[in-house]
Design a protein around this ligand. Structure first.
Ligand code: UT7
Length: 329
């Protein structure tokens, strides 16, 4: 038994924040952001809406596409680092929005690798035979955890959501074939949001010290991201006896165009084999990969039988790769 994706969808807010807008906010330039990251603009969700709003919108598209009613969902997994609130889980708010009466669910914090972690987790519930329909969502409202006075982080991220429906297939030669996942807590000091948890609960001091915003040592994360994503992607291809020529698309986490380019070059993949949309959305954390898959599917670039390698690196550190044979016509 294999897990196949039977529906995919995404949601991004309409409001755009361009590099030109940032020129008026911090000491930066369109030229610096474009050449150092590949980002031109990102989307920003309304102040009065949370991550669950985008997650539910993406999930609704998936249900329609997979022709499944909300009642049939067995499990909802939401990968996010920006839940609507600490309790309850964002998955509960999505369940309410969808009116999915027969499911359970939970949130998963895998940083920028969250969607791959959630896809790997969801696939296990399908392969075990326990569940028939698992909704996996990656969604983040990064605009709520950015210091818009810190040019080293605020230009990098944006808001968005993507989702997929997982179902079983008796055909062994399709769907999720393999995954490699890693966790290394030594990375915690280089990429974190230190405030608002049990160690540094919200207080006047945590606000004053900017502890509720993303902190990143960009150079250190950059190096680990290139090496980590390349290593796991090469491993997954090697142990499944696939070469660069067999892969239709590498679908990497979209944190920096230079990271993606370096990984692709090390793997021997031509640029036309890499899905890139960072220019339009920036880094949407757990949403980057499902957003990229959904757009590529919409544009009919991915066809049934295509081999896809997803790979990501993020806070934890977490990193991983997932190999999939696309099953939608
Ligand atoms: O998704 C989770 C994983 N995250 C990542 O994978 C991100 C990894 N890191 C990166 O993408 C890059 O390291 C950054 C885009 C964050 C930074 O690029 P960089 O080439 O590593 O630049 P840097 O941090 O070494 O900064 C170079 C210079 C510095 O100035 P000085 O010290 O040389 O005078 C920065 O202050 O660029 C400056 N700088 C900026 N200048 C204009 C940093 N941010 C900006 C900015 N505009 N927005």
């Amino acid at each position: 038994m294999r897990t196949i994706i039977t529906g995919v969808g995404h949601f991004v807010p309409d409001q755009k924040l361009t590099n030109k807008d940032f020129e008026k906010m911090v000491d930066t330039s369109d030229e610096w952001i474009t050449t150092r990251t590949g980002i031109k603009e990102r989307r920003i969700l309304d102040k009065n809406k949370g991550t669950s709003y985008m997650a539910s919108k993406a999930a609704e598209i998936v249900l329609e596409q997979a022709n499944i009613s909300a009642d049939e969902i067995d499990l909802i997994i939401v990968a996010t680092v920006t839940p609507d609130m600490p309790v309850p889980a964002t998955a509960a708010l999505v369940q309410k929005d969808l009116k999915a009466k027969n499911c359970w669910g939970f949130d998963l914090n895998g940083g920028c690798t969250g969607f791959i972690c959630a896809l790997a987790t969801g696939s296990q519930f399908i392969e075990s035979g326990r569940h028939q329909k698992v909704m996996v969502i990656g969604a983040d409202k990064m605009s709520t955890v950015l210091n818009y006075q810190d040019r080293t982080t605020c230009v990098l991220f944006g808001d968005g959501a993507g989702a997929v429906m997982l179902e079983p297939s008796i055909e062994d030669d399709q769907g999720v074939q393999d995954f490699v996942l890693h966790l290394d807590g030594l990375g915690a000091e280089y990429l974190n949001i230190a405030g608002g948890g049990s160690l540094h609960p919200a207080s006047y001091d945590t606000v004053k010290q900017n502890l509720h915003y993303v902190y990143q040592d960009g150079k250190t994360v950059f190096k680990h991201a290139v090496n980590g994503m390349t290593e796991v992607s090469e491993l997954i291809m090697e142990r499944n006896k696939l070469s660069a020529g067999d892969i239709k698309f590498l679908i990497p986490h979209q944190a920096n165009y230079r990271i993606i380019d370096a990984v692709a070059k090390k793997m021997g993949l031509n640029p036309d084999k890499v899905v890139i949309n960072i220019n339009k959305y920036g880094n949407t954390t757990a949403a980057t990969i499902p957003l990229a898959v959904s757009e590529a599917h919409q544009e009919r670039k991915i066809r049934k039988g295509d081999w896809l390698v997803m790979t990501a690196f993020g806070a934890g550190f977490t990193w991983g790769s997932l190999l999939l044979k696309w099953a939608i016509d």
